[in-house]
Design a protein around this ligand. Structure first.
Ligand code: ADP
Length: 487
């Protein structure tokens, strides 16, 4: 039995191969789809203009506010930028009451958010707050003491650095009267109703925040060129020449600073190649997509990001479990393996991607970390060594394919921008648990970068990659700063 099990695991693993020639085809297709996205609306790659037209160099100074609405919590923070690439961040996190997320009015929700900002200011910046109240009483009613960056992780149609209309709610939010309205204006009205000294200066996407945060903190003279997230989802933002963003010409009423000749583009690359012309596919990818609540979209993300890799693995292991000839994790006369019926192994989305990192990191001969991970995550006890080996083979294949796929947008953006030819060093900021914790994720990504002839080993060496934490905190503060300088 055992040799068949390992042979089958190896055969399935081969289906996850993503060889150099496919990487190259992927890059060519990405360049094509990204150019379409710069030219017109409603393309697979959205290539959203962010109206952020400068990146920081680490000398920026001042005290800024940032808030983050994107899930179950609302985060408020203040960021003191010291002007020497360092900063201090103070933050609070508040759970959003369910009734405000799904049944109230937009006024109720935004007033709740403004009240949290007020509470934060009273606790952490009371001196400023009281000084401002005094000034107001003296008649200076239009003074703002804080510029605020608003990270709002829902689909918006942005028309300026501090305005964007909500297209639709996601992630359990449902307040119909907000749809079609400018979310910055909604927040500003609530802030004004409480007479807070705060101006909503910028609407922020978290990927752009990652790029900005990295650019402020990264060493050296060169600003950061690209920010990328490999966490629950995957996305990237990069600095584009204004003249290449041809669709900006059709945007009426947009106001932005043209002096730098550049603008950050939010690629929304999770939806790269939704029509599947170059992305690799196995039967497990296909089933995962068909059983998801959004079949046919986010096809790149479904092969790359943390939300999906665990489910791909679960489906592959389950197929081997259900195959009576293989009998993976099946008790028999020779095997004492056990899985209770309530194991997450049997539940869609039940396998967390952190298991892949634990398994891949295990270098022990007894595979003790693999065994511990199977027990902790899936209540699978006493697996045989062959079964653990089969898990390792599949994990390695799925993780490596994700990392090699991640090289596709990065290589494409480097080539399209001609950065490889024109720069000695290209700085890239990354964030997300997958890139941070999956062993050698960056190494596999770099292997694939070198296999693209226009990048090659010399180009790959020019790419400096650094972890950039807190895009929605310090990144949002920096965007508020850039926006306030624009005025
Ligand atoms: P988010 O993207 O939501 O801001 P993270 O960057 O922490 O947050 O990403 C969360 C995703 O990463 C989840 O899908 C989770 O399964 C996955 N994840 C968490 N820990 C790890 C890990 N150690 N290795 C790989 N993936 C992980």
């Amino acid at each position: 039995m055992s040799s068949t099990l390992l042979e089958e695991a190896t055969r399935i693993a081969r289906d996850f191969d993503f060889p150099a020639e496919q990487v190259q085809r992927g890059v060519a297709e990405y360049i094509k789809q990204s150019n379409e996205g710069l030219d017109k609306e409603h393309t697979t790659l959205s290539q959203i203009p962010t109206f952020v037209t400068a990146v920081p160099n680490g000398t920026e100074k001042g005290l800024y506010l940032a808030v983050d609405l994107g899930g179950t919590n609302f985060r408020v923070c203040s960021v003191q930028l010291h002007g020497d690439t360092t900063f201090n961040l103070t933050q609070s996190k508040i759970m959003i009451p369910r009734e405000l997320m799904a049944s109230g009015t937009s006024k109720d929700l935004f007033l709740f958010l403004a009240r949290q900002i007020e509470a934060f200011l009273r606790i952490h910046h009371n001196e400023h707050f009281e000084a401002h109240q005094l000034r107001r009483r003296e008649g200076h009613r239009d003074e703002y003491m804080f510029d605020l960056g608003f990270t709002f992780s829902f689909p918006v149609r942005q028309i300026g650095i501090n305005s964007g209309t909500l297209i639709r709610w996601t992630k359990g939010f449902n307040i119909p009267d907000a749809v079609g309205h400018d979310v910055c204006a909604l927040l500003q009205s609530a802030i004004d109703a409480l007479e807070l000294p705060v101006r909503v200066a910028a609407l922020v996407n978290d990927t752009v925040g990652t790029l900005m945060a990295r650019s402020y903190t990264s060493p050296g003279e060169t600003g950061t060129f690209l920010g990328a997230i490999f966490g629950t989802g995957t996305n990237g933002a990069y600095v584009e020449k204004l003249e290449n963003i041809t669709k900006l010409k059709h945007l009426e009423g947009a106001h932005y600073d043209k002096s730098t000749g550049e603008m950050i583009i939010n690629a929304e690359w999770g939806s790269f190649d939704n029509h599947m012309s170059v992305l690799p596919s196995t039967v497990f990818d296909h089933e995962l997509d068909a059983d998801s609540n959004n079949p046919g979209v986010q096809m790149f993300e479904k092969r790359v990001s943390g939300m999906f890799l665990g489910e791909i693995l679960r489906r592959a292991l389950l197929a081997m479990h259900n195959d009576s000839k293989l009998g993976l994790f099946k008790t028999s006369q020779t095997s004492k393996v056990s899985i209770p019926s309530d194991s997450l192994f049997y539940r869609q989305w039940g396998l967390d991607t952190s298991l892949l990192s634990q398994v891949e990191a295990d270098s022990t001969k007894q595979m003790s970390d693999v065994k511990a991970a199977l027990k902790d995550h899936l209540k699978i006890e006493h697996p045989s060594d062959e079964e653990c080996k089969a898990v390792k083979i599949l994990v390695h294949a799925i993780g490596k394919r994700a990392a090699r796929l991640s090289a596709v947008p990065i290589a494409a953006i480097l080539i399209h921008s001609r950065k490889i030819e024109t720069c000695d060093m290209i700085d890239v900021g990354v964030d997300g648990s997958l890139v941070e914790f999956y062993p050698n994720f960056e190494g596999y990504m770099r292997d694939a970068l070198r296999e693209v002839p226009e990048v090659g080993p010399a180009g790959e060496k020019k790419v400096r990659i650094g972890i950039s934490k807190d895009g929605s905190g310090v990144g949002a503060a920096l965007i508020a700063l850039v926006a306030s300088k624009d005025k």
